[in-house]
Write a protein that binds this ligand. Sequence first.
Ligand code: ADP
Length: 406
Amino acid sequence: MSTSVLVINCGSSSIKYALVSEHRENRIFGLAENLGSAEARIKGITTGGAALELSIPDANHEKALETILERLSHHHPQAIGHRVVHGGTLTKAERLTPEIIERIRAATPLAPLHNPAHLVGIDATMRLFPELPQVAVFDTAFHQTMPAHAYRYALPKFLYTEHNVRRYGFHGTSHAYVSERGSALAGSLKQGGWLTAHLGNGSSTCAIWNGQSVDTSMGLTPLEGVVMGTRSGDVDPSIHSFLASNLGWDLYKIDKMLNNQSGLLGLSDLSNDMRTLIEASEQGNEDAAIAIEVFCYRLAKSLAALSCGLPRIDGLFFTGGIGENSAYIREKTLSYLPHFGFHLSQEQNNQLERGTEGRIDTGLGPQIWVIPTDEEGRIAKETVSVVESEVKQAAIKKSDFESAMV
Ligand code: ADP
């Protein structure tokens, strides 16, 4: 690969990585998992497209990153792009400096599961590759264009002004990529009003007007919004006091239940995996059937609510593992939105799965598209643009300095 960007997504015990080529057409990618345990290993795809499986017993994040980079160093990445879930009020991708790292640390209370893991990865790559430009790309940044009436909660003002309690939104790189790619395919080049439904293990919706996020379903944390694999999405906040008073549960237990034991898993009492639930429901499992129904109804309800942020609706984009692959879920969701004038083409909908992009409406009413997401590609693109704009600014400063010296 010629010029390329190494994209890194550090979790608490795993690291996803992808080496993305300049025009984003080539990828080498993989996953280091079970870090800190005897089963630590790297699984991935090598340059030639062959499968890679490498045992790295007891490796921590730093050791795993060292091994990944050793294997990729002959490609000479020009920069490293880090996915960071919560950027607080940072509005765009940023070059990693001590000040930006401090701001990521300061946002930790808002993403206690994610930001500490990202900081471990950032710390390791800064030590291992001090000469490489490194950029943080935030899941929250795309949603910083939301107006106050979309991001404020109806809570006492000081919680916002003094403690940053507001809606932030997540999956920003996916919503940004899908809406940009989709609206370009639709010929409207970021113009108009679009809804996106990112449906994976975590799911969220977004309303985008002229290329900018105007509202989204996730809030202060990625728990708010639609039904997810194991996350409840919206519930009455009084559930906390109800469970504390009636079952004696503490906050930790309630939080764990809402994040890890709810959603599709909680409803079905079977699985968080939509494929498993569709199969079970076809075989007559009623809990699986109701889980799917709640998922689709709540999703449609969220899309309808977000449409209030748009002067008009030009179309809807489906993405994420469920959105890209399940014609059944797309059809069921749209069946709850008859008054929006969507006309789904059964034939095109049924044909579209497994990573292919395409339009699935009949040509009447707002457009409906399936757009496979590309979060790594988007992170690589934003990383390059931060690095290039710094190079340009340095060149401008140099020429200003030289002309001042003349
Ligand atoms: P993540 O949020 O972890 O990146 P993905 O975007 O890969 O997750 O989505 C995972 C979800 O996609 C799982 O619920 C999985 O069952 C679902 N999925 C994948 N393929 C299909 C399919 N053909 N039909 C229905 N659901 C599918």
